[in-house]
Design a protein around this ligand. Structure first.
Ligand code: AMP
Ligand code: FE
Ligand code: FE
Ligand code: ZN
Length: 294
């Protein structure tokens, strides 16, 4: 069974519509995928219909923009009740932060002499609920300023570069608690990714997060080299955390992140499903369930 628990559609910064992500997953012979757009459930309904049509398992998820130890980190929340208002309110705050920083970033780029406008960004993000730097990057590509997203981040948008504007993100511990209260399961995305400062996410940090309700860590991810994967695997085993492997697919938006490039072992997937059932029972929330019989 081939399981990929981290993918993005054009409802955030992926380049394929939710139905196209599902279609591609079918084409690439995946059995289960999770749709985990940044800070929004917007793609769920379209993905559900497509998953039923193509006969593929779909886990409804979200990747929440968080802060921990002063650094940006991402939390994958699987199968939360999408009607749980405190979680919706918090995602609303993150989306507001995204929308507020966009014009500021554009003004910065204009100060650098780049003729970019809000309309250029809107042209590449028509279906996005979560607007982000990748959309500014795509606009810069269309304007011929840079060749691709990577160059846009390296030159303008990454932290420390002149077009970078910080934004609101949820405290990681709060996010873990919100996902649990919504009857969902939390897995820390790419904890040791090279472009993040990972110093806070060693043994002590992961222990603290586990106490707050973190169920697992993403181990096999393209931003983890072999040493990082081995280190995380050892820590995860010691702490009894679920360990996943996923692509973090963004369509054309990220090279080397094709669907299924990393996968999650069936026993780890089963643990997530069981934990979700337990979480929804104890939270008294109805979780969305997995589409398909897998
Ligand atoms: P934002 O959420 O707006 O702060 O932008 C962060 C997103 O940009 C991440 O979720 C990644 O998907 C994407 N990203 C970060 N660095 C790069 C890069 N070098 N190339 C392409 N995408 C990137
Ligand atoms: Fe992304
Ligand atoms: Fe991420
Ligand atoms: Zn992601």
């Amino acid at each position: 069974m081939r399981i990929d628990l981290h993918t993005h559609s054009d409802r955030s910064d992926g380049t394929l519509a939710p139905r196209e992500v599902v279609a591609r997953a079918k084409e690439l012979r995946l059995d289960v995928i999770a749709l985990t757009d940044h800070d929004s459930f917007d793609g769920w309904d379209e993905a559900v219909v497509a998953a039923q049509e193509y006969g593929i398992g779909l886990v409804r998820g979200v990747e929440i923009s968080c802060r921990y130890g002063g650094h940006g980190v991402h939390l994958l929340g699987y199968l939360p009740d999408p009607t749980y208002q405190p979680l919706l309110d918090e995602l609303g705050r993150v989306l507001d932060g995204r929308n507020q920083r966009l014009p500021v970033a554009i003004a910065r780029l204009q100060e650098l002499g780049i003729a970019i406008t809000m309309a250029d960004v809107e042209a590449v993000s028509a279906d996005a609920a979560a607007m982000g730097r990748p959309h500014i990057a795509d606009a810069l590509v269309n304007l011929g300023v840079v060749a691709d997203r990577t160059e846009a981040f390296d030159t303008y948008l990454a932290a420390g570069r002149p077009g970078f504007v910080d934004r609101y993100a949820t405290s990681l511990v709060d996010a873990i608690r919100l996902v649990a209260a919504a009857g969902g399961v939390s897995v820390l995305a790419h904890p040791w990714a090279k472009r993040h400062d990972t110093s806070a996410l060693g043994r002590a940090g992961l222990e603290e997060l586990k106490d707050a309700g973190l169920a697992g860590i993403e181990v096999d991810h393209q931003d983890h080299d072999a040493a990082a994967r081995a280190g995380l695997r050892e820590l995860g085993a010691d702490l009894g955390l679920v360990m996943t492997g996923s692509s973090d697919f963004h369509g054309d938006g990220k090279v080397n992140h094709e669907l299924g490039v990393n996968t999650t072992a069936p026993d780890q997937y089963e643990r997530i499903i069981e934990l979700a059932a337990a979480a929804s029972a104890s939270a008294g929330r109805r979780t969305p369930g997995v589409v398909g019989s897998v």
